[in-house]
Write a protein that binds this ligand. Structure first.
Ligand code: GLU
Length: 505
């Protein structure tokens, strides 16, 4: 049974890279009929941000990435917040000490700082607590055992560190990256248990993945350097047989490909990096895809393609279709460049797929807010015209208002260029024609216009530009019969008159 987890730390809002990690975990679980677990990794109390966990839950909900187990969903492997699992970690740190794979370290932060400074001065800027330097530090490997006991009994502060072998090749096969091999000589003796009685990420993560029976660890590439340590922890705790398989996902890159797209990019690059809007404790507001009018399905579809593709031409995938098509082995190694234009394109595709009747209902509500009421036939007629040009539902609402409200401003350049000679006389005659015929449906308007052109033996250019400018103020927009039908014959005539008063010919 496949069991995967998404394990965010509630240190702030989840950015879209985090959502992609959650999504890939979800897709993989569902593809294999497995379980998707949400685990909140909140062991670092100093980085805890109120509201972040709630934000994570809400973002996943909006995206339709629903955990089978988690702090809200519950489940038999809970609790699903590490702070609530605090009591269970210590025994594993003790076990590692007993088996000689971990030790107590009493060095104060001042002593460590001092050590780093001295190393820097002698030309070693990257001092680490490791298999070589630990011999000169204050720990249970160097101090006499009587002193170690005395310090422990006296309650002296200490941390527990992993004891790495000096030279050993640690190897594992990553589903995305293939074989990864790191020598322990390039690793350090990481802290597993802190003086505040909390485990560090490394210990808690391994203990939880093991006790929650996680089969695959799918996470961002930034965790790749920690993976060899995790492999050793599985080994030292005697859990190697059930060690999960790793899959490290490629980084999300800024649109120019220069560096990682980070939370700090906020709206700086001209697009949101968060699924939902987030307000910081200082009152700074970061925009979200949801509030910017994106469909969650479009956002998810776009994210799925940041680092994966099905190997076919197909780009539009529902969640269900993604589940069927997803394959971890097809995830790219190379960083995935974020493309904002493509994101808008996805939204446009999803907008086009929306049901016209429900878009008509939402348009009616938004028009009501502007005190405009439109018959159902006109609403339904308008929707496909608006859809054609829009990326967001709001664009449709804006364009609808542009049509329904008489123009106040006119593109004067076009008026000068396109409305001249006998165009005024032609336009006035057309208004008269409308008054006498009072067409009602869109086809009627089309007939009246065509018959008028034919009867007068003129080209469309004699009437088209003037009429369009009179109705909309500009040269853009849907076809003239469509506009006339939606606003009605009476309003069409009124707009022509107003236009002719303003621009007499
Ligand atoms: N808590 C880690 C994070 O915030 C989880 C890393 C992992 O999935 O192991 O990304």
């Amino acid at each position: 049974m496949v069991r995967v987890r998404f394990a965010p730390s509630p240190t702030g809002p989840l950015h879209m890279g985090g959502v992609r990690t959650a999504l890939y975990n979800y897709l993989f679980a569902k593809k294999h009929g497995g379980q998707f677990i949400l685990r909140i990794e909140d062991t670092d109390q100093t980085r805890y941000v109120p509201g972040a966990e709630d934000y994570i839950q809400k973002s996943m909900e909006w995206c339709g990435i629903t955990p089978d187990e988690g702090p809200v969903a519950g489940g038999e492997y809970g609790p699903y917040r590490q702070s609530e699992r605090k009591a269970m970690y210590r025994q594993y740190a003790d076990k590692l000490i007993e088996s000689g794979h971990a030790y107590y370290a009493f060095d104060t932060s001042e002593e460590l700082e001092d050590m780093r400074e001295r190393a820097k001065k002698s030309g070693f800027p990257n001092w680490q607590y490791n298999s070589i330097t630990r011999d000169r530090m204050k720990n249970s490997l160097t101090l006499p055992s009587a002193e170690v006991s005395k310090r422990l009994e006296a309650g002296d502060p200490y941390v527990i560190r992993i004891k790495l072998p000096r030279e050993e090749e640690v190897k594992f096969e990553d589903i995305v990256r293939g074989w990864v091999s790191v020598n322990t000589r390039n690793m350090d003796d990481k802290v597993l248990f802190k003086s505040d009685g909390m485990p560090t990420y490394h210990l808690a993560n391994i203990v939880d993945d093991h006790t929650m029976k996680i089969t695959h660890v799918i996470r961002g590439e930034e965790w790749l350097p920690s993976a060899p340590l995790h492999v050793l922890l599985y080994r030292y705790l005697g859990w190697e047989d059930t060690m999960p398989q790793f899959a490290h996902l490629p980084l999300l890159l800024k649109p120019d490909g220069n560096g990682k797209l980070s939370k700090r990019d906020g709206d700086r690059l001209g697009f949101p990096v968060f699924p939902l809007q987030w307000t910081t404790a200082e009152g700074d507001v970061y925009s979200g895809y949801k509030e910017n009018g994106y469909f969650p399905e479009a956002f998810v579809n776009m994210l799925a393609f940041l680092g994966w593709n099905p190997g076919t031409e197909q780009e539009i995938f529902s969640m269900r279709a993604l589940v069927d098509a997803f394959d971890l082995k097809k995830v790219n190694k190379a960083g995935a460049r974020f493309d904002f234009e493509k994101t808008k394109w996805f939204n446009q595709q999803y907008l086009r797929m929306q049901d016209n009747a429900s878009l008509a209902t939402s348009l009616a509500t938004s028009l009501e807010g502007e005190n405009i009421s439109l018959g159902q036939d006109k609403l339904i007629h308008l929707i496909p015209l608006l859809k054609e040009r829009a990326v967001f539902v709001n664009d449709m609402h804006r364009d609808a208002l542009d049509i329904l409200r008489a123009p106040e401003e006119f593109d004067e350049k076009s008026v000068q260029k396109r409305y001249k000679g006998d165009a005024g006389e032609v336009l006035a005659a057309f208004a008269q024609e409308l008054e006498s015929q009072s067409p009602e449906n869109a086809d009627d308007f089309d007939h009246v216009l065509k018959a008028f052109i034919e009867a007068r033996g003129i080209g469309f250019g004699k009437i088209g530009p003037g009429l369009r400018l009179a109705l909309t103020g500009s040269m853009a927009g849907p076809s003239l019969p469509d506009i006339m039908f939606v606003i009605g014959a009476e309003e069409t005539v009124a707009r022509i008159h107003r236009f002719q008063e303003k621009f007499p010919l």
